[in-house]
Design a binder for this molecule. Structure first.
Ligand SMILES: [Zn+2]
Length: 144
């Protein structure tokens, strides 16, 4: 490698490093906090008391989020729109619910292209698309 090329590469690396230092993390995207699930266990059932609140933070219809959870947990459940609670016919911990909600956020809310959470789900026939309002990207997601 010639000296000139080395210098050029070093320069390039230097510029890249500077660029990364200067770019601040995108606001409101890196640390998007979901409410901690409030869990109540009654016998073999688990009640998520603040389910509507979590779904609203995810910007998704609680019925849809409920469907996702029921499928993942392979358990029947019922969302009560009046109280905003979801009752699941399975014993499950707060930690597990929280993990699934984070996964939902990653798969069905956050734009994989620009990291924005200003997105919506669109159904086109049998295909579900995650459409980003911020960058316009469309991404097929695992159907419900
Ligand atoms: Zn985007």
């Amino acid at each position: 490698m010639s000296g000139d090329l080395k210098d050029l590469l070093r320069n390039y690396e230097y510029l890249l490093n500077r660029l990364y230092e200067k770019v601040p993390p995108k606001s409101g995207t890196a640390e998007y906090e979901l409410p901690e699930p409030q869990i109540l266990r009654i016998g073999s059932q688990t009640v998520i008391r603040n389910f509507r609140e979590i779904a609203m933070k995810l910007k998704r219809d609680p019925q849809l989020v409920a469907r996702y959870l029921q499928k993942e947990l392979a358990a029947a459940g019922k969302y009560d729109a009046g109280s905003g609670q979801l009752v699941l016919n399975v014993k499950v911990s707060r930690r597990v619910i929280n993990q699934f909600m984070q996964l939902f956020l990653k798969m069905y809310v956050r734009c994989p292209t620009c990291n924005s959470i200003d997105t919506r789900l669109e159904r086109k026939g049998r295909v579900w698309l995650l459409v980003c309002e911020a960058c316009g990207a469309e991404q097929p997601v695992k159907p419900f």
